[in-house]
Write a protein that binds this ligand. Structure first.
Ligand SMILES: [Zn+2]
Length: 365
């Protein structure tokens, strides 16, 4: 099969011919039809050099975070999955035997990592050795526990967005967003931001405060549901007072922090400080600078700051069901597909998207 492999951290991808792997145990073999590319991939490839404390796929490495395709072979212990089923592969990988894994809290496993992307400690090298396949290849092996079955009305290109949709969904759930809450999405025009808006609409959130810089993309966000979404551009100053005014003077119940890498920490603080008493902030963004915190303010206002990492396969199934019923609308996304041998062009395209998070860049291996 053809696979786009990286042979070194500062190299371009090479199209290599490698053996199609055989599924064993409870693994399945997936023919990849689309794999999402996010702007952050460029940072991740660079991070392999300067963040060695994280784990990365071993060279020559097959990256590719968000694969979708169809099952073409199943291992002997994956009898409930069938050849021909259309699937999204949740890239979350874990050890399977530690106390967290055995208790079902797999994202808290010391070895947790995202296949075809990176792990969160050197311990993730273990699962990466077991599953070295990402989505930038014609075929990949995936554990049955990672398989999200797709409804007929979700295309492979849309499914290649499930990683960021699932992350948004998990963050909204963790912050208890729902039909009686006001939700502020900070960084509302990026990949995670647009995903969070779509999921908040699907989950019945009646009022969404969308905050970002780009006024054109913000207007596209507002038009998704003008009766439920109001917008604020950071070009017009901090969002704190505006967000309070838009929520009866009290502030939003939930903030989803989805700002991209390099965002100023003040932008996070302005959104955090808008929260109503008892409010919850879920952090899923790429802003990694330290924040000065004010412990008495958290205590006196009963504020929670929640770190949210990725999502479970079960939550992936929830997203698939919402897309199947139409409560989750994916028709606003526009897709740009590249063949495997133009992967470097696809990464460049992901970094220069005019419609922000509405643009969906995928590889079709
Ligand atoms: Zn574990």
């Amino acid at each position: 099969m053809s696979a786009a492999r990286l042979h070194d951290f500062n190299d371009n991808f090479h199209i290599d011919e490698v053996e199609i792997p055989d599924p064993s145990g409870s693994d399945v073999l997936v023919r990849v039809r689309a794999c999402g590319i996010v702007p952050n991939l460029k940072n991740v490839l660079a991070a392999a050099e300067f963040l060695p404390e994280l784990a990365f796929p071993a060279y020559p490495a097959i990256y590719g975070l968000d694969p979708a395709g169809e099952i073409v072979a199943v291992g002997p212990d994956a009898s409930a999955l069938t050849v021909g089923t259309r699937v999204y592969v949740n890239p979350g990988r874990w050890c399977g035997s530690c106390q967290q894994c055995r208790s079902g809290r797999t994202r808290e496993c010391l070895s947790y990592g995202l296949g075809g992307y990176h792990g969160f400690s050197s311990a993730a090298a273990g699962p990466f050795q077991r599953y070295p396949w990402g989505g930038f290849a014609e075929y990949m092996i995936a554990p049955a526990s990672s398989i999200v079955t797709l409804p007929a009305n979700v295309t492979y290109e849309e499914a290649a967005r499930f990683g960021y949709l699932g992350t948004s969904y998990s963050a909204l759930r963790r912050a208890e967003a729902g039909p009686a809450t006001t939700v502020l999405v900070n960084g509302a025009t990026g990949t995670l931001g647009v995903g969070t808006i779509l999921l908040a609409l699907a989950m019945g959130v009646p009022k969404i405060l969308a905050v970002a810089r780009d006024e054109n993309v913000l207007e596209s966000v507002r038009l998704l549901a003008p009766e439920r979404i109001v917008t604020h551009s950071n070009n017009n100053g901090p969002c704190t007072d505006w967000a309070k005014r838009e929520s009866h003077g009290e502030g939003p119940d939930v903030v989803i922090e989805a700002l991209g890498p390099g965002s100023p920490p003040e932008a996070t603080l302005h959104a955090l400080k808008s929260l109503a008493r008892g409010g919850r902030l879920s952090m899923i963004g790429g802003g990694f600078d330290s924040l000065p915190i004010d412990p008495p303010w958290f205590m006196m206002n009963q504020i929670s700051y929640l770190g949210c990492l990725w999502f479970t396969t079960s939550e992936g199934h929830d997203v698939a069901r919402m897309a199947s019923s139409g409560t989750l609308q994916l028709s606003a996304l526009t897709h740009q597909a590249f063949p495997l041998d133009r992967i470097d062009d696809a990464i460049a395209a992901a970094c220069s998207r005019k419609a922000g998070g509405f643009d969906n860049i995928v590889i079709r291996p």
